[in-house]
Design a protein around this ligand. Sequence first.
Ligand SMILES: Nc1ncnc2c1ncn2[C@@H]1O[C@H](COP(=O)(O)OP(=O)(O)OP(=O)(O)O)[C@@H](O)[C@H]1O
Length: 257
Amino acid sequence: MEPAAAIVKFTSLKKRYGSGPLVLDGVDLTVAAGDFVSLIGPSGCGKSTVLKLVSGLNPASEGGLEVLGTKPRLARDRQAFIFQDATLLPWLTAQGNAELPLRLRGVSSADRRTKAAAMLARVGLEPNAGYYPRQLSGGMKMRVSIARALTLSPELLLLDEPFGALDEMTRNRLNEQLLALREQARFTAMFVTHSVSEAVFLSNRIIVMAANPGRLHAEVKVDFAYPRRPEMRERPEFQAKVNEVSRLLHEVEDPLG
Ligand SMILES: Nc1ncnc2c1ncn2[C@@H]1O[C@H](COP(=O)(O)OP(=O)(O)OP(=O)(O)O)[C@@H](O)[C@H]1O
């Protein structure tokens, strides 16, 4: 079998902001097509910075970074970013928010209505398409944000702690929904989280990072087959993976933190 194409390739990458200290020191990481890679590690180890570099929002200081075979900023149209704050425009309905990227691309109003409505239906929000953000729960807002990100069929999805502010039940449901969407949309994902069990449920690879300066500490492969069912969380193999990642996190925790 041909090896999957590299979607993201970091080579000895270093990053500092302005004249500040090194935030990332020598990152080597290749993300292959179809990977679901989670980044986990202590606060300040540079997880969000990794995503910002991939998205082209921030330049590297030294070393190489290729995204979708080109420079990150030239790959912007082929990727989407989801933040912890759903970042919806309060004066637009769920439908209007989901249509926004299509509108910015100049897609005709009939086409964008159909596409955005279909995406909202896929995240179970068909009945709420006419609601404004203030009328939506936190979980529903995040579902609009996911629908909006997927309307342009990105090849790469970057998610920065998207479910960190949600209660555990909502978070679990959204994890399941995200994997279900991925079965159809087939994007590659880079996902930042502080939750070990979320990382194990979603990912085929978990990268544990260390801080001061930020660097990759270890990688854990999660070989459970997709699609993954909620019952997976109750299996001993799942708990064993959670324990393995937790042990690696203990190794990099700040002893004074
Ligand atoms: N725009 C910026 N200017 C200067 N320093 C920054 C900037 N953004 C991040 N940093 C610094 O870079 C380091 C890594 O930050 P980053 O947000 O990438 O870490 P993180 O692992 O995502 O943290 P957390 O888990 O707390 O969200 C931190 O020391 C932070 O203060």
